[in-house]
Every structure is written in C-alpha cells, then in structure tokens.
Ligand binder design. Structure first.
Ligand SMILES: C[S@@+](CC[C@H](N)C(=O)[O-])C[C@H]1O[C@@H](n2cnc3c(N)ncnc32)[C@H](O)[C@@H]1O
Length: 246
C-alpha cells in the first residue's frame, strides 16, 4: 500500500539535465533504488556497449524490443544528442504508455505495445505463436536490440521473435541481445537453483542451452558475429547476430 501511495505522489517524469526520465517506480531491475545520475550513466554504458560490439551510430534505424520505458533511448539522447530513427516495443502497457507520452510518439521516435503473454510482465496477453507479428514493415530497421528480454522468454517464443526480427531487419541487419546461456545445461530452464543468484517469481531467469539457442538463430536466418560469455554484470551473455544473406 505504501508503495502505491509513494508512486501516486511521484512526478510524472524527472527532468535530469534536460532529459526526461521515468519516475523511480517505473524503472526496471535494480534501477528504482539508484540515483538519476546512475540511471543515465547505466543507460549511456549500454549505448557504449552497443557501439563497441555492433558499431552502432545515431544514423541507424533502431528497433528496441522490450524497451521498457525507453532506458536505451534515454542513453542515446544523453550520448548522441539525437537519434535518427528509433522504435521501442514492449508487452508492458504502463511502460509503453509513459514512453509514448513523454519520449515521443510521432515521426522518427515511437513506441508500440505488443500483446504477447508473459506471466511476469503481461499475464493477460496472448500466447506467442507462429501467427504473432510485430506491427512493423518488412526491412525497416538496421539494428535490433534486446537488453534482458530473451532472459525472460521460452525458446518457442524466441524462435518467433527471431523470425520476426529477420523480417523487419534490412538484409544486412544486426541483432544485439543479452541472455542467460550456458553449455551443458538443459535446453531451457526457469529460475535454475544455485545459478548466479536467488530467482523468484515466474520467468525471473530463463536460462538457455548455448548450442540450442545458436542452432535456432542459424535456422531463422542469422549468423553469429560475436559472443561474450557472462559479459553483463547480471551474468547475461552478449550475442551479436547478423542477417545471413547480409
Ligand atoms: C529486464 S526489463 C529490460 C528493459 C529494457 N530492455 C532495459 O534494458 O532497460 C525486461 C523488459 O522486457 C519486456 N518483455 C518481456 N517479455 C517480452 C516480450 N515477449 N516481448 C516484448 N517485451 C517483453 C518487459 O516488459 C520489460 O520491459
């Protein structure tokens, strides 16, 4: 109850050095407990990681799947000042509605709601199956990012997303994704005991078998450009995949 009262008293957004940040209660992961400065620094470090691993630059067309309330876009604006074209997608209606209202919903910056089922983030959503589509045109993006999104999804859903990513990316497009993968583990496992930390609640951590994930990415038309095992402080690994005929 106190949490609800606290969030009702929060401002709609935080103005930090000219950037609009979501109020603390809307920030994801460990971020609600961190300062605005740390939030922006962490967002900028994600952009730096993207630049290092994919050569990302502000003139590309970005698709941020599982965008939440736009942390990555905020990092881009903090680092680059502006971004040519950005679209955020998420199953969390509150995040998308906040981002549409405060970060942009026209022209080159926009956010769209996906109604995919996630027991963790969208329990009333529709099951993600082969008929599931992103509300986006073919070949309309250069770089797709998924920071901590496949880490909450089952393999059959990831397969659908990879297929959709292949469709909406240009023929030389790139996917950047962080996820929990290990060798010599079951193909997929929810909240594995004794793995990195204590997990609680549905889909807190879905850990995948590395060869199983890579085989699936190959079958969906991607090749592996780079892999960094447990490169994120969360213990997630970093994948860069490129379209196979690119
Ligand atoms: C740990 S948060 C990361 C948010 C953001 N990528 C970031 O780094 O700040 C996971 C996000 O993925 C979203 N998500 C989970 N399952 C999803 C799905 N199937 N499709 C799209 N977004 C999803 C959640 O709603 C949430 O915003």
């Amino acid at each position: 109850m106190f949490k609800n009262i606290k969030s009702a008293l929060e401002p709609q957004f935080v103005d930090y050095q000219g950037l609009k940040l979501p109020p603390r209660s809307m920030r994801l992961g460990s971020m609600p407990g961190k300062s605005d400065e740390t939030y922006v620094r962490y967002a900028k470090s994600s952009v730096k990681l993207l630049q290092r691993t994919t050569g990302a630059d502000p003139n590309q067309r970005f698709l941020d799947v599982g965008s939440g309330p736009g942390r990555l876009l905020i990092g881009m604006l903090a680092k680059w000042g502006s971004v040519g074209c950005y679209c955020g997608l998420d199953v969390d209606a509150r995040s998308i509605s906040w981002a549409q209202q405060h970060l942009g919903q026209s022209g080159d910056v926009r956010f769209e709601l996906l109604d995919g089922l996630s027991e963790r983030y969208n329990p009333q959503g529709v099951k993600i199956d082969r008929t599931f589509r992103f509300p986006l045109e073919d070949a309309s993006f250069d770089l797709a990012t998924l920071f901590s999104v496949f880490s909450h999804m089952w393999l059959f859903e990831i397969e659908v997303y990879l297929s959709e990513l292949r469709r909406v990316l240009a023929s030389d497009g790139t996917v950047f994704a962080t996820l929990f993968v290990e060798d010599d583990v079951p193909d997929e496992e929810e909240n594995p005991k004794g793995y990195i930390t204590e997990w609680s609640g549905p889909r807190h951590c879905i850990r995948l078998n590395r060869p199983a994930f890579e085989k699936m990415a190959l079958e969906q038309g991607f090749k592996l450009a780079s892999f960094e095992h447990r490169a994120m402080s969360s213990g997630q690994s970093v994948y860069v995949l490129t379209a196979r005929d690119g």
